[in-house]
Design a protein around this ligand. Structure first.
Ligand code: NAD
Length: 474
């Protein structure tokens, strides 16, 4: 079995030791990876710093060409990446393939942005002392960007950081999740083939969370871009000092189904979006509020759609939509939250039995408002379903959350759609589709505990630059 090495300074590098990576589905060893210790992180940072000047000197067209090459190589290796994502992350192969397709487009969009880094030319003659002055705002790379990524989209979310950081002329140290290390390491190897200066991208994975904390605290990165859980993200921000920090964190996405909605369409879209990848998606549908007038009909359609379309099992099966949860602890946590809601009077419908790490689709109705399945991020194949007396009540319930990533409403009423956009404290309101909707170029990010700043390729590129004003007395 091959050992997948770290990537430091443009080369493969051994780690402190080698570790088996096991399938979350059957526990079998799927590959081995090198594990970084503090000394490897140090070497990665030194390599990244050495790449700052060559990256700054690289013209836009050359950065774009390297990213286009990366996208082309990823397209060539698409089936390898999909099978690695499926094997180590337990992501059903149909979604793993979809993630690779998205990552290719994320890199292509990054290439396009690399040649669009323009600035403004603000007029300064708003006051007498500004007359006879010419001004221009230019964008410069930050230097070294630290990128930390989660297990659930190990490729595309890494590309959302690395692609824009390189497009803007930075060097990167990427620390992927220890649960899905090989995907990030293989991405690093691929980027080393793209004609970038040595050390433009360095990839280290460890076993110890302290590796991420060390990267965030180190003075050399100028920016930290983190995607992961709220607890870890906010704690890391507190350790980041004056660095620029972007946080893409979790949520408990809500949906309001209005009485004017196309119920069949809503039921079908939500049945898929609530359970894909076992609900281990930050914008997975978690809470559904349905106008009481149409609740019974929607409920029947929704449950029928889950029964017919959602399938739990082996993630390598192309028909499976729910694969394993990432860890046994995650399964136990989700089961405990569902049991706690049930003990307090909720009705629970399970679409099958638990098999090892694979949970069935679970619908929870009538859970108390303060139950964990409502309040916290379930991050599992669980959705709550409750009637509301009015669309306005649905919006209020949807917004009653410490999180605010994305939300959705199904309605035929334009006024209701606009009201939702006004009322909901989230990064995006999706009308007539699931809150899980995302195109990789759209601005994306959360409010409240769900994050800080925005990704989406153009936004991320700008976040990895510093603006500098040049004023010339003419
Ligand atoms: P996680 O927070 O456990 O891990 C994320 C990253 O942080 C990993 O690289 C991990 O190694 C590292 N890490 C973990 N503990 C650390 C610590 N104490 N110090 C430093 N680094 C540490 O998250 P996860 O389980 O991999 O991913 C699931 C979470 O990510 C969910 O909350 C989900 O909603 C969120 N997520 C958000 C988005 C988004 O775009 N908003 C996308 C995907 C996932």
């Amino acid at each position: 079995m091959v050992t997948i090495p770290l990537r430091i300074g443009g080369h493969a590098a051994d780690g402190a030791r080698v570790r088996d990576v096991r399938s979350p589905f059957d526990g079998g060893v799927v590959h081995r990876v090198a594990v970084a210790g503090p000394e490897h992180l140090e070497r990665a940072l030194v390599a990244a710093v050495a790449a700052v000047a060559p990256m700054e000197a690289l013209a836009g067209y050359a950065r774009a060409a390297a990213l286009e090459r990366a996208a082309a190589l990823l397209a060539e290796r698409a089936s390898l990446f999909a099978s690695v994502i499926c094997a180590e992350g337990g992501k059903p192969i149909r979604y793993a393939k979809g993630e690779v397709e998205r990552a290719i487009r994320t890199l292509e969009a990054s290439a396009a942005e690399a040649v669009r880094l323009d600035g403004d030319a603000p007029a300064l003659d708003s006051a007498p002392q500004g007359a006879g002055r010419f001004a221009v705002v230019r964008r410069h790379p930050l230097g070294v960007v630290a990128a930390i990524t989660p297990f659930n989209f190990p490729l595309n979310l890494a590309c959302h950081k690395v692609g824009p950081a390189l497009a803007a002329g930075n060097a990167v140290v990427l620390k992927p999740s220890e649960r899905t290390p090989a995907t990030g390491l293989l991405l690093g190897a691929l980027l080393d083939e793209c004609g970038l200066p040595a050390g433009a991208v360095n990839v280290v994975v460890g076993d110890d969370p302290a590796l991420g904390a060390r990267l965030v605290e180190d003075p050399r990165p100028a920016a930290v871009s983190f995607t992961g859980s709220p607890a870890v993200g906010w704690a890391l921000r507190a350790r980041a000092g004056t660095k620029r920090v972007t946080l893409e964190l979790g949520g408990n996405a809500a949906v309001v189904v209005d009485r004017s909605a196309d119920l069949e369409d809503a039921a079908s879209r939500l049945a898929d979006a609530a359970f894909a990848h076992a609900g281990q998606v930050c914008i997975s549908v978690q809470r559904v509020f349905v106008h009481r007038d149409v609740h019974a009909r929607f409920r029947a359609l929704f449950l029928a759609k889950i029964a017919s379309d959602v399938r739990a099992g082996d993630p390598t099966d192309p028909l499976v939509t729910i694969g394993p949860m990432i860890t046994a602890e995650a399964v136990d946590r989700v089961e405990a939250w569902v049991a706690a809601a049930q003990a307090r009077g909720a009705r629970v419908t399970r679409f099958g039995e638990r098999r090892g790490g694979v949970l069935p689709a679970i619908v929870v109705e009538g859970a108390p408002l303060d139950a964990d399945v409502h309040r916290r991020e379930v991050f599992g194949p669980v959705v709550t379903l409750d009637p509301v007396d009015s669309f306005a009540e649905g919006l209020a319930r949807a917004d009653d959350s410490e999180f605010g990533l994305q939300a959705a409403v199904f309605t035929a009423d334009l006024g209701a759609a606009l009201e939702a956009e006004r009322r909901l404290t989230v990064g995006a309101v999706i009308v007539n589709d699931a809150p899980t909707f995302r195109v990789d170029t759209m601005p994306y990010g959360g409010e409240k505990a769900s994050g800080l700043g925005r990704e989406g390729v153009a936004h991320a590129v700008r976040s990895f630059t510093r603006e500098r004003l040049l004023v010339i007395r003419t």
